[in-house]
Write a protein that binds this ligand. Sequence first.
Ligand SMILES: [Zn+2]
Length: 275
Amino acid sequence: MQNPLKNRINLILLTGTIVLSCGPTDLSNIKKISVDLERIKSTDVLLVSDHTLPQHLNLDTAGANGEERIFIDPTLERLREKLLSRGLNAYILNVEDLTVDGEITDEDTFEAAYALYDEVLNVAVMAQATIVAIHYDADLIPAENYGKNAAYASAEEDGEEYGYVGGIQLILDERSTSEATLRLANQIIHQDKILDQLHEVGFRIRPGYDGKVRFQANQTMNISGHSAGGSFLLEIAPQDQAVRLYGTPNNIVRAIDGPLSSLADTINYFRKNLM
Ligand SMILES: [Zn+2]
C-alpha cells in the first residue's frame, strides 16, 4: 500500500538523516541527529519525556506546575537502568536533545525541535521499538480554577468538590492503537497490576481508571501507538501528592523502585514474546 509518510520514514532510515522542510524558519539550532537515529533504529525501548524543561520556553508544554521534567527525568533514568540490566537496549529522548546547544528559548526552535521529535518517534515506530512516555499528573484542581469543562465539574475527593482529580493512569490515544499496544496495556493494568503497585506506595489512582485505559488525544501516543513493539503513557502519580508524601524527586523515585522493577519486567517479558 502506498503510504507517503512511511515512504518518507523509509527514506529517513535509508539515509540516516532527517531533513525538515524549511520555510522561512532558521533551523541553525536544530541538530543533525543522524548518529542518534542509528541508535534509535537498534533501540528496544524508547523512553520519552515529552515536556519542555522548566527553564526553557514553555508554551503549555512544561507539564504539572511547569516543572514536571524535574520528576520525570530521574524516573526515566532509573527505568532505563532497570531495562539495561535486563538486557534491553533503552534510550531516552528529550525534546531539547534535538537542538544543537540543548536550549529551547525561542518559538522557531521550539516548533522545529518538536517537529523533529515527532519524526524520531516515527523512526522508532518503524523500528518496532516499545515506546514509553512517563508523566506525573496534576493533583487536585479546584473547580473554580478548572474553567467550564463540565466533564470534570463534579469530581470529588474526600467529600470536597474539585474540577479535576488526577492520579495514576495509563493513557492511550484511540486513533492509534496497534494490537501490541493494546496487549501491552492489558498486561500492565490487569496481569502485572502496575497501577495497583504504584497505589500501594501511597498514590491515588485517577478515579474511575484503576481497571481500564484512559483514552485521550495525545500527540506522542497518536504517533507511537502504531508501533508493533507497543506503546503507552503512564502517569506515575499525582505530582503534588507525591511531593507531600516523599518530598523530593529522588525520594519519590526511591519509593517507586519496586513498581519500576515490575514495569521493567513487564516490558522485558513483552519484548521477549513479541511475534
Ligand atoms: Zn505530563
